[in-house]
Write a protein that binds this ligand. Sequence first.
Ligand code: SF4
Length: 441
Amino acid sequence: MSMIASNPVASVDAEFWREIPGYSAIAANEFSDPAWQERNCLIRADQVTELLAGLVHDEFVTDLADGLSHSTMSMRVTPYLIALINWESPRGDPIRRQFLPLRSEMTASHPLLRLDSLNEHADEIAGGLVHRYPDRALFLATDRCPVYCRFCTRSYSVGVDTPVVLKDRNAPIADRWRAAIDAIRATPSIVDVVVSGGDCFRLKPDQLLELGGELINIGRLRRIRFASKGLSVLPMKIINDDAWTDALIRLSDLGRSRGIEVSLHTHINHPREVTEFVVAAARRLFSNGVMVRNQSVLLRGVNDDFAAMSSLVKLLSDHHIHPYYTYVCDLVSGVEDMRTTVRRACDLEKCIRGLTAGYNTPTFVVDAPGGGGKRDAHSYEAYDREIGLAVYSAPSVRPGELFLYPDPLHSLSPAMASDWAIADRAREMVQTVLRRAKESL
Ligand code: SF4
């Protein structure tokens, strides 16, 4: 693994968006207006042609349209993100890879993949309220996001229907929220709530205040985390949408006055996403006392190399966005090409640890498929690199059970990848690694 890190400073030219033909006349105040950004999100492949006239080949747009017709996530991309993509070489661009699916890149999913791979439905104690860990709950407040990521774990619910998935809705409906809040109140072990979805950026300021206020008023909670990718994909909302940002700051202040930490958990994957806009937004949150943590996803061709990951960690730390977790990509349909191996995650963590303060070093985790929760990537009970299968236990979450995480098929030898398609052979391989895991316990 190369240990040469790129310069850990992300910058883009001032008014970089003007390079895009369709944005060449857009002034800075318009581009910085979150309402303009939201109104002008791209949701169809043909809009890419219209906007980029001459900068993109027809073949790319056809590939994109075909990719969308096979994707579990629909398309929604802000103009800001579109302008950050290097359109001279879009196929290898780390931002393009996250949001615009190309059919030519899609490969067969691993046979162990299931929609809702984390089995969240099984742990619901109310509609959209997942209680997996003893002291925490996940509140899926909405099913909408400012953008849609190809690799979304919650592709069973988030976004609009696609040709391959009809979504289980988790809309922000008052009755559903009421039932979820009642369930939290009635479960004394819960002291920590993650409000996610979907993305809290899509909640209106009064919805944010109402929900945050209700949770704070329960009295027993110690931590409330609002999850939003907005800081990285629509940072101008934090800078310029005072109503939304003030709502978050008010909740943070109110929580602190009651001994409750109210924080923002965000999702930045590549150093190029840390632009001057993001830095300004992060500074506004920091100077108003809002704790911000980052949860990256390890993605092949995006950030699965030392240069990208080390730059990201340093940039986040420098701007007071705590690098909390790096997730090995979940088993999500249509993104096998983006998954990396458990070995890759362990190697990267080994190289990253020591570069900066321990508390600013992300923990690399596998969210154990089937509901084992987050496990340190290197804490497997057994890992057969040839078969491409790691086995984890989760004593404090599901004692006595074992959970399987398969490496992507493209990382295996052609013979081994073919073996996974044969049901009897796949069963045999699973049993072999499980046996080894049981012997090690
Ligand atoms: S922002 Fe988060 S919840 Fe929304 S699509 Fe991306 S990964 Fe999924």
